[in-house]
Design a protein around this ligand. Structure first.
Ligand code: F6R
Length: 364
């Protein structure tokens, strides 16, 4: 049941801290505090590249994975949504790593992409929540997200669990490729282990998130912005808003806004930005200033370190605990999903069963 929550989605949002913790328990040895992955029939140290493919939210998780794998493990990554990957017939090097991400393990587009990668002698590593799914059976190795059943059609906890697995995979890959020394690994593992408690603190921000929601609920169009690993977080926020509140939303890389969408900005198009204090903080803030100068209303997710500078320009802000840059996209996802939920509730939509959508999309 819903355990007293109004919707499954609300219940599942509150499971973020638990699910991140359970997923970490599966992947980090408590004694050595090192990432331990199952045996793989290929070597992460020598795969020439990775190709990531998935659909919807799982694809956005993959985009964060690309930032991590390229930046930390120095592994070149190619990424596309499954329905495109399959037909664009990219030239792939046999022996590359195919990284497939899916909550259900049954999504037809992702499964078709898996099979076409397999035909090209790509090793298949799947990140799946349903461990006895078709994709699990057809993969060389599976990394499980320990999110438990997700009932709400809109994905929430499965997404942060996917990010948690991808973060651990990045650490293991970086170590195997000689890009991460023991101290570096210790630092990243500590950042991950810190997450469940920090994630629990996000729920103290309910009032601030509802104030933002009351502005978003009045809008016809909303622009979501983020840079670096926060760009896919913006995309996840925009998708969730579209899915359950039926408000049009679009995500843009914050630096790209001035190349077009800035002409949309006025008081009727609120701007939701995810701007924790990472090395991209200053650049993102100046993009927001450009939007504000054109009459944009800024609704900003930041952290305790960024709050003072954000408060100077934002109409509403949500302040999260400050965490290591590496894990910031995981933490920042939670309030962005909560915002979509609160907007949907205030609009009175069928939150758990949005129109035209099914939990598992088994047609191509
Ligand atoms: C987003 C959502 C969809 C799914 C997508 C992939 O809230 O629910 O975009 O993420 O259909 O589904 P899986 O992960 O089952 O392959």
């Amino acid at each position: 049941g819903k355990d007293g929550y109004r919707h499954y989605m609300e219940k599942e949002l509150h499971e973020h801290p638990l699910v991140i913790g359970q997923t970490l328990q599966r992947m980090i040895d408590p004694a050595t505090r090192k990432v331990v992955l199952p045996d793989m029939p290929f070597d992460l140290a020598t795969v020439p590249r990775a190709v990531i493919t998935a659909c919807g939210s799982a694809f956005y998780a993959g985009m964060v994975g690309r930032y991590w794998l390229e930046e930390i493990a120095r592994l070149p990554v190619d990424i596309d949504v499954a329905s495109e990957m399959r037909y664009r017939n990219p030239p792939l090097t046999a022996g590359s790593l195919g990284l497939l991400i899916s909550q259900s393990g049954e999504t037809a587009d992702t499964l078709a992409a898996l099979r076409s990668l397999r035909e090209k002698a790509i090793h298949i590593l799947s990140v799946l929540n349903v461990e006895h799914s078709t994709m699990a059976r057809e993969s060389d190795v599976m990394l499980g997200t320990v999110a438990g059943p997700e009932i709400s059609v809109a994905s929430t906890k499965a997404f942060t669990a996917q990010l948690t697995v991808l973060a651990c995979l990045t650490i293991a890959t970086a170590r195997a490729r000689g890009k991460l020394d023991p101290l570096g690994e210790e630092e990243l593992v500590a950042a991950l282990m810190d997450l469940p408690s920090r994630a629990a603190e996000v729920f103290n921000q309910g009032d601030a998130i509802r104030r933002m929601a009351s502005i978003v609920a009045e809008a016809r169009d909303v622009l979501y912005l983020g840079r670096g690993s926060m760009f896919p977080v913006a995309m996840e926020g925009a998708l969730k808003l579209k899915e359950i509140s039926y408000i049009h939303a679009e995500a843009y890389a914050a630096g790209e806004m001035k190349h077009g969408p800035i002409s949309l900005i006025d008081r009727t198009v609120p701007i939701v930005a995810s701007v924790p204090s990472t090395p991209l903080f200053d650049k993102t803030l100046s993009n927001l200033q450009e939007a504000k100068a054109r009459g944009g209303r800024l609704l900003v997710f930041t952290d305790t370190k960024g709050a003072e500078r954000v408060s100077a320009i934002a109409e509403q802000m949500v302040v999260l605990p400050h965490v290591h840059d590496f894990v910031a996209p995981i933490l920042q996802t939670i309030p962005v999903q909560m915002l979509a939920y609160e907007v949907a509730v205030s609009k009175g939509t069928d939150v758990d069963q949005p129109r035209n959508l099914a939990k598992s999309v088994t047609v191509e």
